[in-house]
Design a protein around this ligand. Structure first.
Ligand SMILES: NC(=O)C1=CN([C@@H]2O[C@H](COP(=O)(O)OP(=O)(O)OC[C@H]3O[C@@H](n4cnc5c(N)ncnc54)[C@H](OP(=O)(O)O)[C@@H]3O)[C@@H](O)[C@H]2O)C=CC1
Ligand SMILES: O=C(O)C1=N[C@H](C(=O)O)C[C@H](O)C1
Length: 232
């Protein structure tokens, strides 16, 4: 399969390695200030760039009729606009805040735990995410997905960074050199804590998931999620 890499930083380079190991060819690498590229030669594009570039890169893929796997976080105010554009152009689109199999299982555990905790009195839910110091967005996309999973299944109606009250989920974002990504959801009462935690040891899980998503998306049109790819 011919893959275009939109964004060639830490993730772009890890994805390249795994894609080549799985027999794919990288036909295009796009990095900073490279806005006049031609993606049409690719079977699938994979965007892991920066929040300010994601919308333009995804739009270019729809215009060139190339399905796109979007991993960049921090641009989700424009998600519905990209879904509409995808439908108008009959494109193929997957966005996931986190492509790793482990985190996608963790998302499901999080929703089940939220459902169990919802009727139980005396517990307050909060979240912590820890990432490397180069990360541009906070809270992480993964933390937002976890918060949405809790909101769907409890009486919490929003999340807040570094703040929270009875109705909201407090998310704390920490930046520590080199940390690939750690997410902890804690239900705290006066007598105990219940915690679930996912720790990424490196970026390979994210990258493998993105390549598997690209293999799955090739030749498809529509808007999909990692639940579709993994059959969860
Ligand atoms: N969904 C998931 O599973 C995961 C998502 N991510 C997300 O992926 C994104 C990238 O992460 P990471 O690789 O660690 O970040 P990096 O900063 O290492 O890489 C981003 C790259 O994009 C480049 N870039 C800047 N402008 C553009 C542009 N217009 N078009 C294409 N590329 C551009 C940057 O260049 P320069 O440095 O020169 O500005 C940089 O090389 C982040 O949003 C991160 O949150 C990360 C891991 C997993
Ligand atoms: O920027 C990162 O590194 C990561 N970003 C994603 C996010 O915002 O959730 C996924 C992963 O945690 C690594």
């Amino acid at each position: 399969m011919k893959i275009a890499l939109l964004g060639y930083g830490k993730m772009g380079k890890t994805i390249e390695k795994i894609a080549i190991e799985r027999g794919h060819t990288i036909v295009l690498k796009v990095d900073k200030d490279d806005t006049n590229y031609d993606v049409s030669q690719a079977d699938v594009a994979i965007d892991f760039s920066i929040p300010a570039a994601a919308v333009n890169n995804i739009t270019n893929c729809f215009n060139a009729n190339v399905p796109v796997v979007s991993g960049t976080t921090g641009w989700l105010d424009h998600y519905e606009a990209m879904v509409s554009l995808c439908k108008d152009k009959k494109g193929g689109f997957i966005y996931a805040s986190n492509y790793s199999l482990g985190v996608n299982l963790f998302f499901e555990i999080n929703k089940k735990l939220a459902k169990m905790m919802s009727p139980v009195e005396g517990y307050d839910v909060s979240m912590e995410e820890i990432h490397h110091t180069e990360k541009l967005d906070a809270p992480s996309g993964t933390a937002i997905t976890l918060a949405e999973g809790i909101i769907e299944n409890t009486n919490k109606n929003n999340w807040k960074l570094d703040n929270g009250n009875l109705d909201t989920i407090r998310i704390t974002a920490k930046r520590i050199d080199k940390v690939p990504g750690t997410h902890t959801v804690t239900y705290s009462s006066k007598v105990d804590d219940i915690e679930i935690k996912h720790t990424a040891h490196n970026r390979s899980g994210f990258a493998l998931g993105a390549v598997i998503a690209a293999e799955w998306l090739k030749g498809k049109s529509g808007v999909f999620s990692m639940k579709d790819v993994l059959g969860l």
